[in-house]
Ligand binder design. Structure first.
Ligand code: GDD
Ligand code: MN
Length: 363
């Protein structure tokens, strides 16, 4: 049996056109269709549910408060009954008359069958220059990561054997669009893969959801599965934020200490006060940026954010004390104030990463 997953986001106009064509293409194969919709604002889930009422072989999963093509597909696979799973865009871009070929390629002993735009006879169809180039670059990078030889690891049109998927589902990274790539990164290298050429058609209605954010997620993914195995991405992001925080700290220090200077002279008290203000401003800045970027996955909102900020301050206390003590000490030794402030600021960064990772964003 074939389980066809249709991930949807704002495809209300396309679904009613698509389903009869799929039905026709699959008339000789036992199958079910699973539509996984992320609570689309255009009400795709409602259209899908209505279509599903008329047919026993159409199921709908409406996910609320979640987004993402990869995770939607994984969820569809997890609820599927077939021994072969397939995925297809719900916008008419993939040639559904090839579904039987994809199905049989897996049925008869293959692990994965890919509807491929880059194998002989396939084509990306009508794309602008920019999308063409981006896709080429992404594909070239992606191919290097795959356990098996393929020409189009970024395709969104493929079939996979149930057992193969179940063996690796625990290792998958559900971020972004690259579900097939992620599967190819995790399958055993003995997996049999077949590519079937097709021409990527134009969308029936609506527009692509492959946003800049999705492209950024792709780069993050490349990092995650290479260097990220040794140095986690959150740590790299944290260091970038920490680095920027040092500038904020410096900037605030220069600004505040200005009010305490008499000529070129700055008292130890004035220095200490300026450093404390600078530390708190930097903490606020770091918390904000870490919350919306580094730890975006567990972003804190409203009251939670206030509590998180309090915890973050607590987590930073030791880093801040070290920062304060080191810079005051150096300043008292007559070091130049700027140098003392910079060295103090760096002292805090590594400590803070460890603490906030395990206290404020523990989830
Ligand atoms: N549930 C869910 N959640 N579905 C989504 C989401 C989401 O966040 N984002 C996109 N989809 C659905 C779309 O509604 C569509 O049915 C399918 O996933 C693919 O999205 P498109 O917006 O049509 O992507 P595309 O056509 O630009 O990109 C195609 O080519 C890429 C490679 O060039 C897709 O086939 C991609 O899978 C493929 O990587
Ligand atoms: Mn599409």
């Amino acid at each position: 049996m074939l389980s066809l997953i249709l991930p949807t986001y704002n495809e209300a106009e396309n679904l009613p056109e698509l389903l009869p064509k799929i039905e026709e293409a699959l008339k000789d194969i036992p199958h079910e269709v699973i539509i996984v919709d992320d609570d689309s604002p255009d009400g795709t889930w409602r259209v899908a549910q209505e279509l599903g009422l008329k047919r026993d072989d159409v199921h709908v999963i409406r996910r609320v408060g979640r987004r993402g093509l990869s995770s939607a597909v994984i969820e569809g696979f997890l609820s599927a009954k077939g021994d072969v799973f397939a995925v297809m865009d719900a916008d008419g871009q993939h040639d559904m008359t090839l579904l039987p070929k994809l199905y049989h390629a897996v049925e008869t002993g293959g692990g994965i069958a890919i509807g491929s735009r880059y194998t002989d006879g396939g084509s990306v169809g009508e794309w602008d220059e920019r999308r063409h180039t981006l896709s080429r670059i992404a594909t070239t990078l992606a191919i290097k990561l795959c356990k098996v030889k393929v020409s189009d690891p970024m395709s969104g049109f493929f079939a996979i054997r149930r057992q193969l998927f179940q063996g690796i589902v625990g290792n998958l990274n559900p971020k972004g669009f690259k579900i097939l790539l992620d599967l190819l990164v995790h399958v055993p290298s003995s997996t049999k893969v077949k590519e079937i050429p097709f021409t990527f058609a134009s969308r029936l209605h609506g527009e692509s959801k492959l946003s800049r954010r999705v492209q950024l997620e792709f780069l993050e993914y490349l990092y995650d599965v290479t260097l990220g195995r040794y140095i986690p991405l959150t740590f790299v992001k944290y260091c970038i934020v920490g680095g920027l925080g040092v500038f904020v700290h410096m900037g605030t220090y220069v600004f505040v200490s200005h009010f305490f200077k008499e000529g070129a002279d700055l008292s130890l008290m004035g220095f200490r006060f300026s450093v404390i203000i600078a530390i708190e401003v930097a903490i606020l800045f770091n918390f904000y940026l870490n919350n919306i970027w580094t730890f975006a996955i567990s972003r804190l909102k409203g009251m939670q954010a206030l509590v998180g900020f309090a915890k973050y301050n607590f987590a930073c206390v030791f880093g801040a004390v070290a920062n304060y003590a080191v810079s005051s000490y150096l300043f008292a030794l007559n070091w130049h104030d700027t140098v003392a402030v910079i060295i103090g600021a760096f002292t805090g960064v590594v400590w803070n990463y460890t603490m906030s990772r395990f206290i404020a964003w523990r989830t």
